[in-house]
Design a protein. Structure first.
Length: 288
């Protein structure tokens, strides 16, 4: 059975205070509201997968958590502090506690792989060149890439290799929280599983808290302790909450909400019905 958001919050409150606390979060772009009244707690050391179809606000939520997107209303507390209320210098310092693995790796095309991994170390530490080189080699080995890629440019690597370089760069500062935006998108099943294994190893080696935005149920089941499924606001009934499921990944197929089941199984049932209703409404309007 799925665990309700309220139950998850209560469970977290009984133990240590959540590392991340999301309270009444709204995000609007112009007239379009993407996130509405999101309440979510994430415990230290927990790995949470955020599921949902395109346009439901998953990546917006991820960016809001790290302070890259300012909420319209509500707040995100990290370790008890609202990042957006901090002075700029302190905000920059707090952000070094996060590692962000972007969907397309977001490497600097003009830099070599070695320079890409070293970039956060040069920006945020006083390490010597030798110390930085040592860390770069260690992180490169950690993601299973040979030293020979150090002098290559991102364009010379495969998609899977670029993803691993992105992970190595995100780990350079030894963050406390890892944020993954669609880490397996565009990869074949074998390379997807390599990335899943690297996320598991990262958690074991660094004791990080993880938040994974993904469409991939294999990733959610294999890597996450907990799954949160969002639904697009445009397709919710009045008064419905945007979080349709919050609970263990292996129990998601037993969820009471048919929309959750259809998403997990890749079935288009509800969406097809909505399309038919829209077509019928448009047809009636055309004959009116």
């Amino acid at each position: 059975m799925a665990v309700s958001t309220a139950e998850a919050t209560t469970t977290s409150a009984e133990g240590d205070s959540p590392l991340l606390r999301i309270e009444g979060l709204h995000v609007r772009f112009g007239r379009q509201t993407v996130l509405r009244d999101i309440h979510l707690n994430i415990r230290r050391g927990e790995t949470v997968a955020i599921l949902g179809e395109s346009g439901c606000g998953k990546t917006v939520l991820l960016k809001t958590i790290v302070g890259l997107q300012r909420p319209t209303r509500g707040r995100v507390l990290f370790d008890g502090r609202n990042l957006l209320e901090l002075p700029a210098a302190e905000l920059a310092r707090q952000r070094t506690r996060f590692g962000f693995v972007f969907q397309q790796a977001a490497l600097f095309d003009s830099m070599t792989i070695g320079e890409n991994i070293a970039f956060p170390l040069r920006q945020h530490t006083a390490m010597s060149r030798e110390q930085i080189a040592e860390v770069v080699l260690r992180r490169l080995a950690e993601v299973g890439l040979p030293e020979s890629v150090l002098t290559k440019k991102p364009g010379e690597l495969s998609g899977g290799m670029r993803k691993r370089v992105g992970l190595a760069r995100a780990l350079a500062l030894e963050p406390e929280v890892m944020l993954y935006d669609e880490p397996t998108t565009g990869l074949d099943p074998i390379m997807s599983d390599v990335i899943n294994e690297l996320m598991l190893r990262t958690r074991a080696a660094h004791s990080v808290t993880g938040i994974i935005v993904t469409h991939d149920m294999r990733t959610a089941v294999k890597v996450a302790d907990r799954v949160v499924m969002l639904y697009p606001l445009s397709r919710l009934e009045v008064g419905e909450g945007q979080i349709l499921y919050d609970g263990p990944p292996r129990a998601i197929e037993e969820a009471a909400d048919i929309r959750v089941i259809q998403f997990v199984r890749g079935e288009a049932g509800e969406r097809l019905m909505e399309m038919r209703r829209l077509q019928n409404a448009q047809g009636e309007a055309g004959h009116g």
